[in-house]
Design a protein around this ligand. Structure first.
Ligand SMILES: Nc1ncnc2c1ncn2[C@@H]1O[C@H](COP(=O)(O)OP(=O)(O)OP(=O)(O)O)[C@@H](O)[C@H]1O
Ligand SMILES: [Mg+2]
Length: 248
C-alpha cells in the first residue's frame, strides 16, 4: 500500500539451527511511531538488521515506501530513506562531535567507508553537520571530543549521525539503553520532538519510554510477533505481562 513506510512480509532469519526471526509480518504506516518490545533474545535486533540490510533475511520480503528492498545492500537502503542507530555505540571516540557528523555527511562511518558519496564543499558539509547537532541538542558541544562527552551525549550524537541522510524511516535500537534516568528523559524528549513526518520503528526495553512514544506497539517473543496493538491494549495484555514483565 502506498501509505506504508515499511512492510515486512513473512521474514525469517536463521543462524545455523536458530530461528532468530521466525515468519514476522509487520506494517508501519507513514508518520507512525512504532515501538517493538520483547524479552532478551526475542529477535528484535536481528529483525532490525534484516530491515536495514546489515543481514539478508533467510526468507520473506521487505518493502520500503512501497518498493521491494529485500535484495538491496545496506547503503542503497540508506539512499532510499532509511536511517538507523545501533544498539552498540558506533562513534569515533578520538574525534569531536562535529567531526563525527562531518564524516557522516561525507559518507564515512566508523563501520564502513562509502566512496560513492561525492565530497561536497567544506562550508556545506559544516552547515549540514551543525544543523544535525543542533537538532539533537548538541550545538554547544560541537568542538568537544567524544571522549569528554557523557554516555548520554554520545547517544545524542548517534542520533545526529542517523539523521544526516534525511531519512524518512528511522530505526532506533534501544537508544536509551545504559542511560541514567535524567539522560534517558533528555534523549526521550529529543526523539519525541523529531518531526512527525519521520516514521519511526524503535526497539525499547523501558516500558515508560515505549508507552510515552508509541502510536502502536509490536511484541516479539521467540522470533515471532505475539501481539500488536495500541499502548493500553498491550500494557494490560496477560500474555505480554507474562513474557515481558514475568508476571500475570
Ligand atoms: N550473528 C548471530 N549468529 C548467531 N546467532 C545470533 C546472531 N545474532 C543473534 N543471534 C541469536 O538470535 C537470537 C535473537 O537475538 P537478537 O539479538 O536479535 O535479540 P534481541 O531481541 O535484540 O535481544 P536483546 O533484547 O538482548 O537485545 C538470540 O538467540 C541470539 O543469540
Ligand atoms: Mg537487541
Amino acid at each position: 500500500m502506498a501509505d506504508l513506510a515499511l512492510s515486512i512480509s513473512q521474514v525469517s532469519k536463521i543462524f545455523g539451527g536458530i530461528r532468530a526471526v521466525d515468519g514476522v509480518s509487520l506494517e508501519v504506516s507513514q508518520g507512525e511511531r512504532r515501538v517493538m518490545i520483547g524479552p532478551n533474545g526475542a529477535g528484535k535486533t536481528t529483525l532490525f538488521h534484516c530491515v536495514s540490510g546489515a543481514h539478508r533475511a533467510t526468507s520473506g520480503s521487505i518493502r520500503l515506501f512501497g518498493e521491494d528492498i529485500t535484495q538491496l545492500p545496506e547503503h542503497e537502503r540508506t539512499l532510499k530513506g532509511m536511517g538507523r542507530t545501533f544498539q552498540i555505540s558506533s562513534v569515533f571516540v578520538d574525534l569531536t562531535a562535529l567531526e563525527n557528523v562531518q564524516l557522516a555527511v561525507l559518507g564515512i562511518r566508523s563501520d564502513k567507508w562509502a566512496p560513492w558519496k561525492r565530497v561536497g564543499d567544506a562550508a556545506g558539509v559544516n552547515d549540514r553537520a551543525m544543523e544535525k547537532l543542533e537538532l539533537v541538542g548538541l550545538g554547544g558541544k560541537a568542538h568537544v571530543g567524544v571522549k569528554q562527552m557523557s554516555y548520554g551525549e554520545r547517544r545524542q550524537l548517534e542520533l545526529a549521525l542517523a539523521l544526516v541522510n534525511e531519512p524518512r524511516l528511522l530505526l532506533l535500537d534501544e537508544p536509551c539503553a545504559g542511560l541514567s534516568p535524567a539522560e534517558r528523559q533528555r534523549l526521550f524528549k529529543l526523539i519525541q520532538g523529531l518531526p512527525r513526518s519521520l516514521t519511526m520503528l524503535m526497539i525499547e526495553h523501558d516500558m515508560d519510554v515505549a508507552l510515552g512514544l508509541a502510536d502502536r506497539i509490536t511484541v516479539l517473543h521467540r522470533g515471532q510477533v505475539i501481539l500488536e496493538g495500541g499502548v493500553e491494549e498491550v500494557r494490560v495484555n496477560p500474555q505480554v505481562r507474562e513474557v515481558y514483565f514475568g508476571q500475570v
